[in-house]
Design a protein around this ligand. Structure first.
Ligand SMILES: Nc1ncnc2c1ncn2[C@@H]1O[C@H](COP(=O)(O)OP(=O)(O)OP(=O)(O)O)[C@@H](O)[C@H]1O
Ligand SMILES: [Mg+2]
Length: 256
C-alpha cells in the first residue's frame, strides 16, 4: 500500500467510514475504467457507506431484540399448517400492523410455529428499523415484579412503552398471580393504541381463566389486546414431532 492510500485510509477510519475503506480501491478502478465523473464516483462510495451503516443498524436492532433464535417467514413451511392462511400471514410482512399500533395473537398448541412466526415478523420489523423486544411472558412478569420491588416500575414500564413492537411469548405456561396480572395490565394499557404487541399462547381466551387467578383483570387485558388485533388460531400438528412421527411409522411398518 502506498503512502497516499495509507493516509486516505487513516482519514476514512477517523471519520468512521468503514464501508468506504473496504470498497474505495475497487470502485476507483471501476470509475477509471468506466470514465465515471467525480460525482458518480462519490455517489457510489457513499452508497456503500450507507449500505454498511444500515446493515450495522439492523444487526444492532436484532441483537437488542433478544430473539431466542433467528428464523424467517420464508423458512416457514405453510403446507405443514394448511389451516393457516399463508396470504394473510405473508401480508403481515408489510408491517402495516405496526404502523397502525395493532396487535397480533398467535394461539395454538405446542410446536405449531407460534414463536417462529413471532420471531420472523420481529426480524422484519428490525430490518425496517423498528425498536423491537422479544421476551417470554414468564421473564417479563419476573422483571416487572422485580422493578416493583426495587421502586423502578415506572421506568421499566416506560422502557417497554417506547418500543414499536413488544413480543410476549408463551403466555400461559405458568400461572399468573393477582399481582403479576395487575402489572401485565398496566403494561398492556400503556401500549394500548400506542405500540404493537405480538403475543403467543397455548390457551384460547375462553381458557385464560386457568392462567389468571383474577378474572376481572384477565378480561380487561383481553379487551385491550383484542381490540385492534388479528388473531391466528393455529391448530395443526406439532412441527417438532413431524419427523419423529414419520420415523415411528416407518419403524412400525406403518408408512404404506
Ligand atoms: N410450519 C413450519 N415450518 C417450518 N418450521 C416450523 C414450522 N412450525 C414450526 N417450525 C419449527 O419447529 C420448532 C417449533 O416451533 P415454535 O417454537 O414456533 O413452536 P410454538 O408454537 O412456539 O410451540 P410452543 O408452544 O411449544 O412454544 C421451531 O424450530 C420452528 O422453527
Ligand atoms: Mg413457542
Amino acid at each position: 500500500m502506498n503512502k497516499l492510500n495509507n493516509h486516505l485510509e487513516n482519514q476514512l477510519r477517523t471519520l468512521k467510514l468503514k464501508g468506504i475503506v473496504s470498497c474505495y480501491q475497487e470502485l476507483s478502478e471501476r470509475a477509471a475504467r468506466s470514465n465515471l465523473s467525480y460525482e458518480e464516483y462519490l455517489t457510489l462510495l457513499l452508497e456503500e457507506e450507507i449500505k454498511r451503516k444500515d446493515e450495522g443498524t439492523v444487526k444492532t436492532k436484532i441483537n437488542k431484540a433478544r430473539f431466542p433464535f433467528l428464523k424467517t417467514l420464508e423458512e416457514f413451511d405453510f403446507s405443514f399448517q394448511p389451516a393457516l392462511n399463508q396470504k394473510e400471514v405473508s401480508r403481515l410482512s408489510s408491517l402495516e400492523f405496526i404502523e397502525n399500533k395493532g396487535n397480533l395473537l398467535f394461539l395454538g398448541p405446542s410446536g405449531v410455529g407460534k414463536t417462529h412466526l413471532a420471531v420472523a415478523l420481529g426480524i422484519k420489523a428490525c430490518v425496517a428499523k423498528y425498536r423491537v423486544v422479544f421476551i417470554s411472558a414468564q421473564k417479563l412478569l419476573e422483571e416487572l415484579m422485580l422493578s416493583l420491588k426495587e421502586g423502578s416500575l415506572t421506568e421499566k414500564l416506560l422502557s417497554y412503552g417506547r418500543l414499536n413492537l413488544l413480543i410476549i411469548d408463551e403466555l400461559g405456561y405458568m400461572p399468573v398471580s393477582k399481582e403479576q396480572a395487575n402489572l401485565l395490565f398496566q403494561l398492556i394499557s400503556l401500549r394500548y393504541e400506542r405500540g404493537s404487541i405480538i403475543l403467543t399462547s397455548n390457551y384460547n381466551f375462553d381458557e385464560w381463566g386457568v392462567i389468571f387467578s383474577d378474572q376481572v383483570v384477565a378480561a380487561a387485558i383481553i379487551d385491550r389486546l383484542v381490540h385492534h388485533a388479528r388473531i391466528f388460531y393455529i391448530n395443526g400438528a406439532s412441527y417438532r414431532l413431524k419427523d419423529k412421527l414419520k420415523k415411528t411409522r416407518v419403524n412400525g411398518k406403518d408408512s404404506g
